[in-house]
Design a protein around this ligand. Structure first.
Ligand code: SF4
Ligand code: FE
Length: 483
């Protein structure tokens, strides 16, 4: 089975045995938990769209290992067309869910590990790539969702991993045995961890010789003994416990992040792809981050499409659609959103082949893409709020709208254009609230800032990749300066 149906995916999650805590309680059934379920629905959509002939070209690919049709989220990019299709797929997924659909972190992780493990084996004579390919075959064959895990908690930012008061603040190997390794530490902000079958752990940053215990990459079943999750809260998340459908803004879909804790997790050697080779930690981080910075040129654009559509609807329902300043604001939103898309496409089109045969994006352009994502969605959100009006945050609840007596008053005074039911106006304003301030704002706003690395991380990469010396040389030639 190289493609799971959405139902098979959901069933496979039910068989998992996660150790999860959410708001102080152990969650026994995450699949049906009202706070978690919408995030599962988003990942499920990656399986559903892959079955749809209309989206087959974007959602599926041909495995370079088996020649079989696989989900693109399990694919190793073979050319620039694959890189471009990846971004288009992410835009489509953002449009269909209006949320973070989580499965990209695993796709970006396998593509980063593929080339780095290959280079390690070539230089060091290790067997990491061989092991990785075995895992990849299983991932493709079983159509698995894999959670790429990079970000360590990091404690005191002024201290290196080994100098922390608590050495577990960075994920490390604490014991090397004949049959495998023992890992302690944690990964923070783990997108979609509880909707994943496996986790692929990578080092959080470039490590030095003294911190080689922290240069670590491996896979483990997401519900392995020795992994515990603490579910991250989101703004307005308890609205999902109310059972309604308007006030949540997006009833069906969402995303999630969790703290993933390794409490002496045992990993057999066959699942280890880096253990101490600190010289390769930087390349792995740089490539994973590069792929994920490319990803944002797709997913945020798709959610942006939903937000722009919602703002335009709000204007229609308010009777303001013909006002020239509203039209201009919608044009500006589209211009900003397409600018992000252009960055995602550009870094893909300028990609190149690595020594393992897979394709890597242009790192400079991928970092420019993400740097823009730290800014433009904020402006798009600001314009959406401008167009929506204050009612977006002062509107009465769904219970009041449905109330047998005061419902009529809500209906009467929250009415915009006479031909549009008040409920439609409520729904679209709540959707804008959800994306800009509610649960989806994690993905659309703060994640735009910090996901795939905070803005400064991209500026460092831009300074490294920007080739300033070449630009100086160009200026000297034109200006006739001879040293
Ligand atoms: Fe995918 Fe975007 Fe979510 Fe990252 S933030 S997992 S790229 S949807
Ligand atoms: Fe992300």
């Amino acid at each position: 089975m190289a493609l799971k149906t959405p139902e098979q995916y959901e069933e496979s999650l039910r068989k998992m045995n996660f150790k999860i805590y959410l708001m102080g309680e152990r969650v026994e059934n995450p699949v049906d938990h009202p706070i978690i379920r919408p995030s599962m629905n988003s990942v499920k959509m990656t399986y559903a769209l892959a079955q749809n002939p209309q989206h087959e070209d974007l959602m599926t690919a041909t495995s370079h290992l088996t020649g079989k049709k696989i989900n693109r989220f399990c694919h190793i990019h073979r050319n620039t067309e694959d890189l471009i299709k990846k971004v288009k797929m992410q835009r489509l997924m953002g449009q269909k869910t209006g949320a973070c659909f989580q499965r990209c972190v695993g796709m970006d992780a396998i593509n980063a590990v593929d080339s780095v493990a290959f280079e390690m084996d070539k230089k060091l004579g290790t067997k990491y790539h061989e092991r990785f390919i075995k895992f990849l075959l299983m991932m493709q064959e079983e159509d698995l969702t894999v959670d790429g895990a990079m970000t360590d908690p990091k404690g005191d930012r002024s201290l290196s991993p080994g100098k922390q008061a608590d050495p577990d603040l960075y994920t490390r190997v604490v014991d090397k045995r004949k049959d495998g390794i023992v890992v302690r530490g944690a990964k923070a902000h783990q997108t979609g961890a509880l909707n994943s079958h496996w986790i692929l752990v990578m080092p959080t940053m470039t490590m030095t010789k003294e911190d080689s215990d922290y240069a670590l990459s491996f896979v483990a079943p997401a519900d392995a003994e020795g992994i515990l999750y603490i579910y991250g809260r989101q703004s307005c998340d308890t609205r999902k416990l109310e059972g309604g459908e308007i006030d949540v803004g997006n009833k069906q879909f969402g995303g999630h992040e969790a703290l993933m804790v390794f409490d002496n997790l045992f990993v057999p050697w066959e699942n280890v792809f880096m253990c101490g080779e600190y010289e390769y930690s930087g390349a792995l981080v740089e490539r994973f981050a590069g792929y994920h910075r490319q990803s944002y040129g797709g997913c945020k654009v798709g959610v942006g499409d939903v937000l722009i559509g919602a703002a335009a609807l709000a204007a229609d329902y308010n009777g303001a659609a013909k006002a020239s300043h509203i039209k201009d604001k919608l044009i500006e939103m589209m211009h900003l959103n397409e600018t992000l898309y252009a960055c995602g496409i550009a870094c893909s089109a300028e990609g190149h082949q690595t020594s393992s045969g897979n394709y890597l994006i242009d790192l400079l352009l991928a970092n420019v893409c993400k740097q823009n994502v730290t800014r433009l969605p904020y402006e798009i959100a600001r314009l959406a709020e401008d167009i929506a009006g204050g009612l977006m945050v002062t509107m009465a609840s769904e219970q009041d709208l449905r109330h047998p007596e005061i419902g009529k008053i809500v209906e009467k005074y929250f009415k915009g254009v006479a031909s549009v039911p008040t409920e439609h106006r409520c729904r679209v304003l709540r959707l804008i609230e959800n994306i800009t301030l509610g649960t989806a704002a994690v993905g659309y706003r703060t994640e735009s800032m910090h996901g795939a690395g905070s803005p400064q991380a991209q500026r460092i990469m831009i300074s490294r990749q920007g080739n300033l010396d070449h630009k100086k040389k160009l200026a000297k030639e034109i200006a006739g300066i001879k040293d």
